[in-house]
Design a protein around this ligand. Structure first.
Ligand SMILES: Cc1cc2nc3c(=O)[nH]c(=O)nc-3n(C[C@H](O)[C@H](O)[C@H](O)COP(=O)(O)OP(=O)(O)OC[C@H]3O[C@@H](n4cnc5c(N)ncnc54)[C@H](O)[C@@H]3O)c2cc1C
Ligand SMILES: NC(=O)c1ccc[n+]([C@@H]2O[C@H](COP(=O)([O-])OP(=O)(O)OC[C@H]3O[C@@H](n4cnc5c(N)ncnc54)[C@H](OP(=O)(O)O)[C@@H]3O)[C@@H](O)[C@H]2O)c1
Length: 321
């Protein structure tokens, strides 16, 4: 088999020269910036050689790297047959947005000449994770593959200017919400916008500063950061104890509604859910039944709907695995 000018040998791994050729054939973009939130969480800014394609806020794209690339030390070891070293792994990533620039002005995805991705490093999993241990080994200047066409139906379609928008994410599930929130603010959205992010630790909330800037500037914008594993979540003897802040917990207690500052009412509110499938309330056929309802089940029982015309009361979701 030939990949461009590179002959694929199934009985051995590619040498340095062949790796250079594989990169030249398969890669079409470069890392132009990398902001590390901590060792296992980063914002990657990537510029496709042919420019940023057109897309709608909320959509996603596949990133790819060759199995020939090195894995970050400290991630699960992988045993691959020689022929796989000539192939690429691709994974889907929602397009995020920096939200503000250095002068703290609002930035939308249309204002920048790169794609921003917000990615967590998966160090171990049931099967050795293939992409993130390689992605986290990249630095500005390094090259990779970006699928030329941006795809996805998790978008702002059907939102009237006066309607409220509630964007609920776990972990890096805030990525598409950042792109959406920036677009709504830029177009002068009149309804309320609340972006809630639930992460294990406060240090896992990678855009807090930018959200705070926007919240101070736009009266209709709220950022609601929640955590689940901080001492204040776990130690009931502390003065600042708040208990568990999973999204279902803060929704059921009424805290989410009071902190969002508007009624989470299907007649006036659009809801978006992104991230951990169990937060959404999704299971694969072979999975055990859900131990607790996800946000989808809770919202459906409060009059929201999962399908039908785009409009208030619709719950849209994007599951990451
Ligand atoms: C539409 C879509 C958009 C996505 N957007 C993003 C994004 O913006 N940022 C991002 O980090 N990931 C995102 N993902 C997940 C991403 O595609 C990869 O699965 C992930 O980066 C891990 O890749 P991997 O090859 O290292 O491990 P994989 O073999 O793909 O995953 C191993 C395991 O890691 C866990 N896992 C995967 N993704 C996450 C995550 N984000 N947070 C916590 N645990 C996870 C799951 O248990 C999964 O089974 C998205 C997935 C989809 C389907
Ligand atoms: N090996 C794997 O398959 C695997 C899977 C997930 C994460 N990880 C590792 O964990 C690191 C961090 O991942 P992450 O924190 O971004 O993602 P995450 O594990 O999905 O956690 C993000 C937030 O979602 C919450 N959450 C988990 N299950 C939930 C549920 N059923 N309902 C509602 N909320 C729920 C978590 O709360 P809790 O604190 O209560 O969990 C946490 O606050 C990654 O770097 C990765 O390496 C690995």
């Amino acid at each position: 088999m030939n990949h461009g000018n590179t002959k694929v040998c199934s009985d051995r791994v590619p040498d340095e020269q062949e790796i250079s050729e594989l990169r030249a054939v398969h890669y079409n973009a470069a890392v132009v910036g990398r902001i590390d939130i901590h060792d296992d969480l980063a914002r990657f800014q990537i510029r496709p050689d042919r420019g940023v394609p057109r897309f709608a806020p909320g959509q996603y794209v596949a990133l790819g790297l060759g199995y020939w690339e090195r894995r970050l030390p400290g991630t699960q070891a992988e045993t691959l047959p020689a022929k796989k070293h000539w192939r690429m792994v691709r994974r889907a990533y929602s397009i995020s947005c920096p939200l503000v620039d250095a002068s703290e002005a609002l930035v939308t995805c249309d204002d920048i000449d790169f794609l921003e991705f917000y990615v967590t490093l998966i160090r171990t999993a049931e099967e050795p994770p293939a992409l993130t241990p390689r992605l986290f080994a990249l630095h500005p200047g390094d090259r990779l593959f970006v699928q030329p066409r941006v795809v996805g139906t998790y978008t702002l379609e059907g939102i009237a200017p006066h309607e409220n928008v509630l964007l609920l994410g776990t972990g890096t599930g805030e990525a598409p919400h950042n792109a959406m929130a920036a677009a709504l603010l830029k177009q002068g959205h009149q309804g309320r916008i609340a972006v809630a992010c639930c992460a294990r630790l406060a240090d896992d909330l990678g855009y807090t500063r930018a959200h705070d800037v926007l919240m101070n500037r736009y009266a209709n914008y709220r950022y609601l950061p929640y955590t689940t594993r901080e001492p204040r979540n776990l130690d009931s003897s502390r003065g600042d104890y708040v208990g568990n802040e999973r999204l279902q917990t803060v929704y059921r207690s009424g805290r989410l509604e009071s902190e969002a500052g508007f009624a989470i009412d299907p007649r006036t509110t659009h809801v978006f859910l992104c991230g951990n499938p169990l937060m959404i309330g999704l299971r694969r056929g072979s999975d055990p039944p859900l131990l607790e309802p996800g946000m989808l089940q809770l919202l459906l029982s409060d009059g929201f709907r999962e399908e039908g015309e785009a409009g208030p009361g619709l719950v849209r979701y994007e599951k990451y695995w």
